[in-house]
Design a protein around this ligand. Structure first.
Ligand code: NAD
Length: 320
């Protein structure tokens, strides 16, 4: 039985991935500085609550492991990464530097690195009707956040270990992953969870805010499809970076209307011009993933939003 380590297993994608890999029959070790918020660490065969900025901990976590999914990072939604630069670079940089070295020392067969659509240059994302981003667009590099620069650095860090030490590397560039059992309050939540939380908490006839004029666009990938794509990439022989995202583009205004529609409430929308909107538009070009894996995310956004809203609504209004 293959032994797999999920770094960041206390986080949103990581705890879902831990469960997914267990269901596939792997022996799974989770590692995170915190326990999963909405599920039990016992879903893994072993869960290490450790700080992966520490090299000794990374050596412990990778010991006896065949494959590593490296998802641990200092991250949050746009309001977090637009305002946190040094911590993101230092914390995530240290984690990746240590994990890459620990994989070498402990002769891990393969490592999957969760990079991000935030690696793409700002100048390609200046309008809401953005041209979808191809993997080759990443260079010449000009990410708009420190978070994106750290991801680009770490992609290259893992490739350097591949070149010099034969580490077998897979790199996914995730585009806005969402779904149930994710953070929906506290400042680190992403737009879909934030909107569901606001609408679920508001009384009928109440209001919600959206960032800026709401014309900015994004695409959102449902968690189940993110897991499927990540696993397919890990098990493939594709070593170049691949986008893992949906290519269904939506404005934030339309997404707010979608959530309101799902709730069945009457909610008015206010524009908060003080908050960071990030790039003006971003979409995933899925040509390469289709070509390389013969598969790409295809679920309609609204289907995933219904499931996400239902879960967040239950957290906020347990009595129904
Ligand atoms: P998340 O914040 O829920 O999970 C990251 C986990 O890393 C957290 O549980 C956190 O506690 C852990 N972590 C942070 N510092 C640590 C440390 N020093 N030691 C041990 N653990 C530490 O984020 P997520 O949404 O699950 O994202 C997973 C990965 O995918 C991240 O690398 C993220 O950058 C990347 N990504 C996510 C998205 C998305 O939309 N969710 C988009 C692009 C890229």
């Amino acid at each position: 039985m293959e032994k797999v380590l999920v770094c960041g297993a206390g986080g949103f994608i990581g705890h879902h991935l831990m469960r997914y890999l267990k269901e596939k029959g792997y022996w799974v070790r989770g590692a995170d500085i915190k326990l999963p918020e909405f599920s039990s660490p016992d879903e893994a065969d072993e869960f290490l609550q450790i700080d992966l900025r520490d090299m000794e901990n990374c050596l412990k976590a990778t010991e006896g492991i065949d494959k590593v999914y490296q998802l641990a990072a200092d991250m949050g939604g746009m309001q977090y990464i637009a305002n946190t630069h040094a911590d993101v670079m230092r914390n995530s940089g240290l984690i990746n530097l240590n994990i890459a070295e620990a994989c070498k020392v402990n002769k891990v067969k393969r490592v999957f690195f969760s990079s991000s659509a935030c690696v793409y240059p700002e100048e390609r994302q200046l309008t809401p009707e953005v041209v979808p981003l191809k993997e080759s667009d990443a260079y010449p590099a000009n990410p708009d956040t420190a978070y994106g620069w750290e991801k680009l650095f770490s992609e290259n860090l893992y490739y350097a270990y591949a070149q010099d030490h034969g580490l077998d590397v897979r790199v996914a560039r995730y585009h806005n992953v969402f779904g149930p059992e994710g953070t929906y309050e506290g400042g680190k939540e992403k737009a879909p969870a934030n909107m569901c939380q606001q609408v679920a908490a508001a009384p009928d006839g109440g209001s919600m805010w959206i960032v800026n004029d709401g014309k900015q666009t994004r695409s959102f990938c449902y968690i189940d499809e993110c897991l499927e794509a990540s696993y397919r990439l890990m098990e493939s022989d594709i070593t170049e970076p691949l986008n893992i995202g949906s290519d269904e583009l939506i404005s934030m205004e339309d997404m707010a209307q979608m959530v309101i529609g799902i709730s069945g409430k009457k909610i008015s929308i206010e524009n908060d011009m003080t908050k960071a909107q990030g790039v003006r538009g971003r979409n995933s070009d899925n040509t390469l993933i289709k070509e390389k894996l013969g598969w790409a995310p295809s679920q309609k956004l609204e289907d995933g939003m219904k499931l996400t809203y239902a879960w967040i609504n239950k957290q906020i209004n347990p009595a129904g």
